[in-house]
Design a protein around this ligand. Structure first.
Ligand SMILES: *Cc1c(COP(=O)(O)O)cnc(C)c1O
Length: 396
């Protein structure tokens, strides 16, 4: 078996599409103007930015004046949650999110707790879903904002935005969703989805890092979070990242294609089915089928340390991840896997494999050849593998 470099960590970040790179390059050198300048260099920068805004707005059924560019998903989530809470605090002091949201959402909510807000961190079911009924139960007269992740970055669960949004609308509560992982991979239509704010970013969809957007529905009461020159209609001051924004627009243009979704879905299911067939005692975390992100696989291998499995896969050229990339510096089991009701041991045996439209059939075949052998070897040698056998025998 020949060594092969296989990148299966597209949930952490993706390669910049060469076509995106090509569109960005002139904005570093020839068209380097500041969009606030009145001269023709400024015009050029502004035109590039507004073209990108149009592409992004139309990709989600929004108006151009409902798109605010930011430095990425983290900033958009911080901006949406903290700013909506602080702008609307006369209406109430209660925020709702889920136990499986991204750390930048959870930690924004925890910061709001230090400012006197009350936060409900909702439980999810075994596949990571929040039901509209459970959401309705969590809403109180004090609730001003619900923030729930759309496509989960670890387990791929896609929430029903329409159903959850309708509950929020019925109760007059703002609904924000983090759609960094689902953007371009699922239909997002603000004309039919009752969503007030939505976080998007570029580097998960073959665009550059350090650029994102916040969709803000017209009429939403929100104040700027950052003081300065009043860019982005007074909502986000700071000189715009023109080359990044131009690249973001092009990455959306390239990614919005059903063919890419179908391709990733087929490879995803081939890899899932292949592993489940070859390896015993494996659990798929998150749902199967079309309620799962088309590029996400998350598996718990009983009796295996996820970190060790990831390390051995890396030696063979295969990049995977344990937990989310943003929190791999701590060895706590993933808060998302634990929220599914898994045991510590299952959570520790978890790896995530995330594909992209640049993943090849050969990449999948190679992974299917390599992975089962590594799991077998680890189960033989690892202390927790032996311990599991022991515990299982004790319980038998
Ligand atoms: C990557 C990611 C973020 C953070 O976005 P950055 O642009 O890296 O700041 C937030 N939420 C989700 C779901 C993500 O996947």
């Amino acid at each position: 078996m020949k060594y092969r470099n296989v990148y299966l960590d597209n949930g952490a970040t993706t390669m910049v599409d060469p076509k995106v790179m090509e569109v960005m390059l002139p904005y570093y050198t020839k068209k380097f103007g500041n969009a606030s300048s009145g001269h023709h260099f400024g015009d050029e920068a502004r035109q590039g930015m507004e073209k990108a805004r149009k592409i992004i707005a139309s990709s989600i059924g929004a108006n151009t004046d409902e798109i605010v560019f930011t430095s990425g998903g983290t900033e958009s989530n911080n901006f949406a949650i903290k700013s909506i809470a602080c702008t609307n605090k006369e209406k109430g002091n209660h925020i709702i999110t889920s136990k499986i949201d991204h750390d930048c959402v959870l930690n924004s909510c925890r910061w709001l707790e230090t400012q006197g807000f009350k936060v409900t961190f909702m439980d999810v079911d075994k596949e990571g879903f929040i039901t509209p009924e459970a959401l309705e139960e969590a809403i109180t007269p004090e609730t001003i904002l619900v923030s729930i992740i759309h496509g989960n970055n670890e387990i791929g669960t896609i929430q029903d935005l329409k159903a959850l949004g309708e509950v929020c609308r019925k109760h007059g509560v703002y609904f924000h969703t983090d759609a960094c992982q689902s953007y371009t991979k699922t239909e997002l239509n603000m004309k039919t989805m009752p969503v007030n704010l939505m976080t998007l970013n570029a580097h998960k969809i073959h665009g550059p890092k350090g650029v994102g957007a916040l969709y803000i529905r017209k009429g939403t009461e929100i104040k700027s979070w950052q003081d300065g020159g009043g860019q982005e209609d007074n909502l986000r001051s700071g000189t715009e990242n023109i080359h990044g924004i131009v690249g973001f627009g092009e990455s959306v243009k390239q990614a919005m294609n059903q063919k890419h979704r179908d391709y990733m879905t087929r490879l995803r299911d081939k890899l899932i089915d292949g592993i489940l067939k070859e390896v015993p005692d494996v659990r798929l975390n998150g749902p199967k089928g079309d309620k799962r992100l088309c590029n996400n696989i998350n598996l718990s291998f009983l009796g295996v340390e996820g970190e060790a499995l990831g390390g051995y896969l890396d030696q063979k050229g295969i990049c995977s991840s344990t937990g989310s990339a943003c929190s791999t510096h701590n060895l706590e089991p993933s808060h998302v896997i634990m929220a599914l009701g898994r045991t510590h041991e299952e959570a520790n045996g978890t790896i995530r494999l995330t594909l992209s439209r640049f993943t090849s059939e050969e990449d999948i075949d190679y992974t299917l050849e390599v992975l089962p052998g590594i799991v077998k070897k680890l189960r033989k040698i690892s202390p927790i593998g032996r311990l599991t056998n022991y515990v299982l025998r004790e319980n038998a």
